[in-house]
Design a protein around this ligand. Structure first.
Ligand SMILES: *Cc1c(COP(=O)(O)O)cnc(C)c1O
Length: 407
């Protein structure tokens, strides 16, 4: 068995390891400073509360918000659920129509589905072959009774980045609330809730080298003031929007992870983009019948999603046991359904099944990228050598015209 350390991790859209600086900042909050931030009667509580409020201020400032507009949650799944269910229930008397997009994360699509089952009307916008939605479709979808538009910033499977400022402007003009799942871009791309007219924003610590199980929801308090019906009831923490004892070490870690990401800044993003481009170039130069999934330019720096024709993604992954990548989304890769995101982009089932997602991260080195490129090229060639379909294709037979026996 290989130890995990001999593995090359290229799955940073699924999760990231906790940065040592983040871990160090969190440690005292587990044992020495273990107070409950809601305890008002002693210094244990006060010091925990102070740390939470300092984290809140850092995170708020980072997205152009006010401290009181940041709610701490257990992660982006909870933030998405609270934003969507909370707004839908609060504004049900204004209207029961919501708009989202087919390529959203399940943490957005599933609460939407739950609302649809309860009588809300959901419009799910389509995307083009690059994973981009049409702003005209969005404008046309907004109706009198629309209360919320939920569109993600960067897509977790193919990396396509939506024009959030333009979407925000359309929603603001129409008087409809705008929620953005920014989990893949928070800390990596500039986010400004004022300039972008974002009313609610979800983010998570573990996608930016922070701990798992903590995230935030930004909720606008002025122009307009967004109200939410809580989904978690109890002690009235987080101004009643989200009851439950605060995860003080996690919150401290989230803020530190955000700060460390900001310090890396544009230089770190361009280092990651160069590695991504290097991998892309190497694979495209060495292999035929490979296809880029996602927008060629408007895409996350860290994300490379490629379909390898005539190869099965799962077999490819099994042929590269030392490389950690995903086929499709990590959330759905337990099933053998082709990715719904690729399908929505018009990628056929064969090419959807042959896709791999490479997620470049903070610890990825050039040597690792070179090893990965060689390994992938070797594995693809080996699988194709065994594929009768590949052989026919190489002989110039158009497979779409072949009459298969038994059909
Ligand atoms: C990872 C992810 C989520 C879920 O976040 P958790 O903190 O793991 O619940 C939601 N949306 C997007 C876009 C993601 O990438």
């Amino acid at each position: 068995m290989n130890t995990p350390s001999s593995h090359i991790y290229l799955d940073s859209q699924a999760t990231t390891s906790v940065d040592p600086q983040v871990l160090e900042t969190m440690l005292p909050w587990f044992h020495e400073k273990f107070g409950n931030a809601a305890s008002r009667s002693h210094s244990f509580g006060w010091e925990a509360d102070k740390a939470v409020e300092s984290a809140r201020a850092t995170l708020a400032a980072g997205i152009g918000a006010k401290s009181r507009e940041i709610l701490f949650t257990s992660g982006a799944t909870e933030s998405d659920n609270l934003a969507i269910l909370g707004v839908a229930k609060m504004y049900a008397s204004k209207g029961k129509h919501l708009i989202t997009c087919v390529t959203e994360h399940k943490a957005v699509l599933d609460p939407m589905q739950a609302l649809e089952n309860d009588g809300w009307k959901i419009t799910c916008l389509e995307v083009d072959e690059n994973g981009c939605l049409s702003l005209d479709d969005l404008k046309n979808a907004i109706q009198e009774n629309t209360v919320l538009v939920s569109i993600m910033h960067g897509n977790n499977e193919v990396g396509t980045v939506h024009p959030i400022a333009e979407i925000g402007a359309i929603c603001r003009e129409a008087g409809v609330l705008f929620h953005c799942d920014a989990t893949q871009t928070f800390g990596k791309m500039p986010l400004d809730v004022e300039a972008m007219n974002i009313d609610l924003l979800s983010a998570s610590a573990h996608k930016i080298y922070g701990p798992k199980g903590v995230g935030l929801l930004y909720v606008r308090r002025r122009n307009p003031r967004v109200r939410l019906t809580p989904i978690m009831h109890g002690g009235g923490h987080e101004r009643g929007f989200r009851s439950g004892t605060l995860n003080v070490p996690g919150i401290v870690g989230l803020a530190k992870a955000f700060e460390v990401s900001q310090e890396g800044g544009a230089a770190e993003q361009s280092r990651i983009q160069e590695l991504r481009n290097l991998l892309e170039t190497k694979l495209f130069d060495a292999l035929e019948s490979v296809y880029l999934n996602g927008h060629p330019e408007n895409r996350l720096d860290c994300c490379l999603n490629i379909s390898f024709g005539f190869v099965e993604g799962e077999s490819l992954i099994m042929g590269m046991p030392d490389i950690a990548v995903s086929s499709g989304s990590a959330c759905t890769s337990a099933s053998l359904e082709p990715s719904y995101v690729l399908r929505a982009m018009g990628v056929g089932d064969d090419l959807a099944h042959s896709s791999l997602r490479f997620g470049i991260g903070r610890w990825t080195t050039k040597e690792e990228i070179e090893t990965v490129a060689e390994t992938v090229i070797h594995a693809v060639n080996r699988l194709r050598d065994m594929s009768p379909l590949w052989e026919m294709d190489q002989e110039g037979i158009d497979l779409s015209t072949v009459q298969w026996a038994g059909h």
